[in-house]
Design a protein around this ligand. Structure first.
Ligand code: HH2
Length: 263
């Protein structure tokens, strides 16, 4: 899953694709690099980010989605917490809704997914982007995340989203300490028993910077590739990445090792 942030303030690529033409060109570059999904977002959810209203977010993502779906068959997902944005994005051609709040911000996202037949990624976040990195603490990290994701899955099912349309994501960097992120990666297979394909986003994130002593997100690509290989080896099915060419190579090698077959 290639990341396309149409925002002025995303932590790694803010401003870079804050222009429909450049955003679409980057989407097509990611398709050429092997992306199987393009994830379009119009609101940064980095720690401390300020929320964006639904109209502003819609105006950022809808023109980009409309253009991408005309140019490629590769499915588009919309990275949003808001049902109004999800509804417009799906109407524009998005086939997956990626909700980083796991239906905690706006539960009507599940209705949009149910009615449209879109896939639904339910991510775990403790708190909100504004406060999630203020000393997050867990008594049982993996157990609490699993329980919360099970609750999100149940909510989506009650709204009529079929289980086969639901994916889960433990939410690396969303209300987790650096060590928590490492534990989640180490124990990723503990989430497989929830019965939904696993999506994971480690790309250029701060915990990789901390391990390697790298302040600048764009310098964290090599470290991200290592974490992505570990994630695939542990059973992740979707890798959300800024650097698609590298992520595809690492995923293919890790997948071959996991299956003990060159395919
Ligand atoms: N991470 C980010 C945003 N959306 N969605 C899923 N499913 N999983 C993730 O780990 C995830 C996500 C944050 O990264 P990015 O989009 O690069 O930054 P920003 O939120 O600053 O736009």
């Amino acid at each position: 899953m290639g990341i396309l942030n149409v925002t002025p303030d995303s932590f790694s690529d803010g401003r870079k694709f804050f222009d429909t033409r450049r955003a679409v060109a980057h989407a097509m570059e990611m398709v050429r690099d092997g992306a199987d999904i393009i994830d379009v977002g119009g609101e940064s959810t980095r720690p401390g980010a300020l929320p964006v209203d639904a109209d502003t977010e819609t105006d950022r993502v809808v023109p980009v989605i409309e253009k991408i779906v005309r140019l490629t068959r590769v499915p588009v997902s919309v990275d949003t917490r808001k049902s109004a944005v999800a509804r417009r994005a799906v109407r524009a051609g998005a086939r997956i809704i990626n909700d980083v709040s796991g239906l905690h911000h706006d539960a009507r996202i599940a209705d949009v997914a149910a009615r449209s037949g879109a896939g639904l990624i339910l991510m775990h976040m403790k708190g909100t982007p504004a406060d999630m990195q203020r000393a997050p603490r867990y008594r049982d990290l993996v157990g609490e995340i699993r329980k919360s994701l099970a609750g999100s899955i149940a909510r989506a099912r009650r709204a009529g989203v079929p289980k086969r349309k639901i994916l889960i994501d433990p939410g690396i960097g969303f209300g987790k300490s650096f060590d928590d992120n490492l534990t989640i990666l180490h124990r990723l297979d503990d989430f497989l028993s929830l019965g939904c394909p696993l999506c994971i986003g480690v790309s250029r994130k701060a915990f990789i910077g901390r391990v390697l002593g790298l302040e600048v997100p764009a310098e964290r690509v090599d470290g991200s590739v290592a974490a992505q290989a570990i994630a695939v080896m542990s059973g992740a099915r979707i890798i959300r990445s800024h650097d698609v060419r590298q992520a595809v190579a690492s995923a293919r090698v890790a997948d071959a090792v996991r299956n003990e077959s060159v395919g």
